[in-house]
Design a protein around this ligand. Structure first.
Ligand code: ATP
Length: 510
């Protein structure tokens, strides 16, 4: 099937005073990979959510395969062949991959073993056709993030989707997995499917898409053929003005030791050993990058350092003092800031506004309260300044932060954590979901922190980010550090292989 598979005309969606989608026209063809670009809050997710039935448009028309379509719910969208893979997967953790895929089919669990066996074979065949490998019989919680994403994609294909929307699909993947995903997208394209992908990663867009649509402030600005454009033009269209890309200069620093973790064992929620005789150190004025595939102990490492999780044996010293036990208050008071992996789960309170969220860690300080009463006017002003400085786009300071776009939530969190002038910043995927400008802003802030003598532990899956910022890069695998290189000697390929647990190229051929 070729031709226009999706056409959206004059789509309007308002949230209170915010026009998230302002007379948007968008179209995509069968057999193409179409990227949707735009700054944080530009309206990409809103438009895609209307196509997939999560939101209903206030105005406008949608045509699927050139026929007028009423999309009022995800079910309507699914019936029209539209499937969406969200950033936060919607899988039931305790069920197997195969069970998740058939879930929702009429009384799927009453049909017995034979039925399930046939379904499993069908799923395996579908997964293989599109190059999507994962263990079909394992419960979701045992799968890596990349594997879970593959389950989500197969789920949409299984339900007959020929228009597949992926919301920032690569932000959670390792370089190898990104390549694998793009191969899958190419197979989909050859099969005549329409792939629509929102993303902030320009290099990936240039390498994988056929056409690109750019949104800015709720409006559709342009649709271009990828071969006829470049990163600078795209950045200019997104931001609305000329963009110059500056590279950070770095001078070597040699600071005193700040953090020492020695021979520590840590257990994860399911009783599995997450860190195994783990050691690392961070000096003042140093950015130490930790590269690794999610699930290799990074989350637990960040939790231990920020007082959220205890450890068994070994020793942790921070700023010359031995840390005796896990304490969030202790970590905050000693000068450790944390940008967590999941901002809405452990970073922000969704229903509260920006002021409350910014005050979370410091409301007890003299600067913000007196005799137990908050200094409301002063705090509002302080928040206003932070929101402006970090360019957080929010209609009002009181707007619940769950209504902000993902990127703006991340900027708000960063604003709070940096405003404490931490001695150590533990930053986990700090630029995930951020647009080009905001990413550069966060990178500048981390370099500024380094320059002012603070230490930074940067846990990221983004190799470009790690290579650009880190003084040293450590590779974590199975709860241990299996490789280390300095900024100068760091090599993309060998780090990528180590992340997959492969020590040298010969081994990769095995
Ligand atoms: N449920 C909601 N309630 C209120 N406002 C919303 C809601 N969802 C989105 N918005 C607002 O609509 C605008 C567009 O947000 P949207 O999430 O579509 O942007 P985006 O381009 O996908 O951004 P990002 O790249 O940061 O994910 C933002 O100003 C956002 O605050």
């Amino acid at each position: 099937m070729r031709g226009t598979s999706v056409e959206m005309r004059g789509i309007v969606k308002k949230f209170g005073s915010v026009t998230a989608s302002d007379q948007v026209d968008f179209s995509a063809n069968a057999g193409e990979i179409h990227a949707l670009l735009g700054e944080n809050g530009a309206g990409k997710s809103t438009v895609m959510s209307m196509l997939s039935g999560v939101y209903r448009a206030d105005e406008g028309e949608i045509f699927i395969h050139e026929k007028g379509a009423q999309i009022r719910s995800p079910k309507d969208a699914a019936q029209l062949g539209v499937g969406m893979v969200f950033q936060n997967f919607r899988l039931v953790q305790s069920l197997t991959a195969a069970e998740n895929i058939v879930l929702g089919e009429k009384s799927s669990f009453w049909r017995g073993r034979k039925w399930m066996k046939n379904k499993r074979e069908e799923i395996e065949a579908l997964a293989e056709r599109f190059g999507l490998n994962f263990p079909v019989d394992r419960p979701i919680w045992q799968l890596s993030v990349g594997e879970q994403q593959r389950v989500e994609i197969v789920k949409t294909l299984y339900r007959g989707a020929d228009i597949i929307i992926l919301d920032e699909p690569t932000s959670v993947l390792t370089p190898g997995e990104v390549e694998q995903l793009f191969e899958t997208l190419r197979v989909m394209k050859q099969a005549g499917k329409t792939v629509i992908m929102t993303t902030h990663k320009m290099k990936e867009v240039m390498a994988s898409s056929d056409r690109i649509s750019v949104m800015r402030k709720g409006k559709m600005i342009a649709t271009l053929t990828t071969a006829d454009t470049d990163e600078l033009e795209l950045a200019r269209l997104m931001v609305g003005k000329e963009v110059t890309i500056t590279r950070q200069e770095r001078e070597a620093t040699e600071g005193d030791s700040l953090l020492e973790v020695k021979d520590v064992d840590v257990y994860a929620d399911h009783g599995r050993k997450a860190l195994d005789h783990f050691s690392l150190n961070v000096c003042k004025g140093e950015i130490v990058g930790v590269a690794g595939v999610a699930g290799n102990g990074q989350k637990e490492l960040a939790e231990v350092l920020t007082g959220l999780r205890g450890w068994k044996s070994g020793e942790i010293t921070f700023d010359g003092k031995t840390v005796k036990s896990a304490s969030v208050r202790g970590a905050i008071d000693s000068g450790i800031s944390h940008v967590p992996e999941n901002r809405m789960k452990s970073g922000l309170a969704g229903r509260l506004g920006s002021v409350d969220n910014l005050l979370f860690k410091s409301y007890r300080s003299e600067e913000h309260s007196k005799f137990g009463f908050l200094k409301s006017a002063k705090n509002r002003l302080w928040s206003q300044e932070l929101v402006q400085r970090f360019n957080v786009k929010t209609p009002e300071l009181e707007t619940p932060v769950q209504q902000l776009s993902g990127g703006n939530q991340q900027k708000l969190l960063f604003a709070r954590e940096i405003s404490h002038r931490p001695k150590l910043m533990v930053a986990v995927h700090p630029t995930q979901g951020l647009d080009v400008g905001a990413t550069a802003g966060v990178h500048d802030l981390l370099m500024e922190l380094r320059g002012s003598g603070s230490g930074v532990l940067l846990i990221s899956e983004d190799l470009d980010e790690l290579l650009q910022l880190s003084d040293r890069i450590l590779v974590i695998y199975n709860g241990s550090i299996i490789g280390e290189s300095t900024h100068e000697e760091a090599n993309r390929e060998s780090i990528g292989l180590l992340m997959a647990g492969i020590h040298n190229r010969e081994e990769s051929a095995v």
